[in-house]
Design a protein around this ligand. Structure first.
Ligand code: TYM
Length: 333
């Protein structure tokens, strides 16, 4: 296996939105020629909160279809559903014995997701970052493209890898680095510039889905919350106006233009004229992906074959890692 290895995962919960695409999936695509890449649709992570069994597999297929429609090449990369490679849970147990309770207690995503109802959250939701560490460490990933919300989990994966290596005097685990997309590492809700765009937000106007029609995108951007001033004339001014800053970030990430150029192009103009242009650049990204996704979803056998092949390939790598680990831990010779 080449030295530069990417691993990343996306949960098949809710529908994939433009935050997932700009923060993570677009990076999967742009890095696939440079890195050996392994992408997992992490259904074991999904069940940390209740999922409808009748929908889960279709949601997995939908994430796969969006991966492919976005340009991930299934012949070059490994794409698989996590539950089909049992070694993930096997390694997660071993890492449960390395990770410290104090480390997990610091994870902010658990606090956000469990909210006030912490006592009633599943244990899986609490230990979720350990499964995530297992995903990454199993494949010796050097880099992990993710949005900013996963950075803390990645640091935990590094801490676990380092402690295991030290405890057992080995270098079996490689310490992974995050790959963050500068302008889109944290896309915010269209309804509230202080909240991350999220699959689970109750307002569907808070996010643009990668399967939205052009009309839906137009309405969502029209309704996107902003202040009532004209467009900012400097990045400092934009930085003090979170909703506008977020829309500018989306514009930059979709168009590939630098923020300074966009700010100077729209400086002092009405927000509505910026929103019209923003709608166009978003549609230029989402429309072809939405069309292709729909097409791909008509061919379930094709999608299932990719997952099957991907799981078989992933399992081969994972099995070897567990074999090596068992020797190190003293479970086999
Ligand atoms: P998930 O499914 O919540 O999100 C998938 C990817 O999208 C990124 N993302 C965002 N990026 C920018 N702005 C946003 N508003 C936004 N919302 C989500 C996420 O950072 C992520 O990269 N724990 C992971 C899944 C996972 C994983 C892994 C990732 C499991 N094992 C191993 C990397 C490596 C998660 O829940 O992602």
């Amino acid at each position: 296996m080449s030295n530069k290895i990417i691993f990343s995962g996306v949960q098949p919960t809710g529908e994939i939105h433009i935050g997932n695409y700009l923060g993570a999936i677009s990076q999967f695509v742009s890095n696939q020629d440079e890195y050996k890449s392994i992408f997992s649709i992490v259904d074991l992570h999904a069940i940390t909160i209740p999922q409808n069994p009748k929908e889960l597999l279709n949601r997995t297929r939908q994430v796969l279809a969006i991966f492919l429609a976005s340009g991930i090449d299934p012949t070059k990369n490994i794409i698989f559903n996590q539950s089909q490679v049992a070694e993930h849970t096997q390694l997660a147990w071993i890492l449960n014995c390395t990770a410290r309770v104090g480390w997990l207690n610091r994870m902010t995503q658990f606090k956000d997701k469990a909210g006030k109802n912490k006592e009633n959250a599943s244990i899986g939701l609490y230990t979720y970052p350990i499964l995530m560490a297992a995903d990454i460490l199993l494949y010796s990933a050097s880099h992990v493209p993710v949005g900013d919300d996963q950075k803390q989990h990645l640091e935990l994966a590094r801490d676990i890898a380092h402690k295991f290596n030290t405890d057992y005097d080995t270098d079996i685990f490689r310490l992974p680095e995050p790959l963050l997309n500068k302008s889109s590492t944290r896309i915010m809700s269209l309804r509230d510039g202080s909240k991350k765009m999220s699959k689970s937000d109750i307002s569907e106007y808070s996010r643009i889905l990668m399967t939205d029609s052009n009309d839906e995108i137009t309405i969502k951007i029209k309704k996107a919350k902003t202040d009532s001033m004209n467009m900012p004339s400097s990045s400092e001014e934009a930085g003090n106006r979170p909703e506008i800053e977020n829309l500018l970030n989306i514009y930059c990430a979709c168009s590939g233009e630098s923020k300074d150029i966009i700010i100077s192009d729209f400086s002092g103009k009405e927000i509505s004229s910026f929103k019209n242009e923003l709608t166009k650049v978003i549609i230029s990204i989402v429309e072809p992906i939405a069309i292709k996704t729909k097409e791909l979803l008509n061919d379930q056998d094709y999608l299932d074959n990719i997952l099957k092949k991907g799981s078989d390939n992933a399992r081969q790598i994972a099995k070897q890692k567990i074999k090596d680990l068992y020797k190190i831990i003293g479970m086999s010779e």
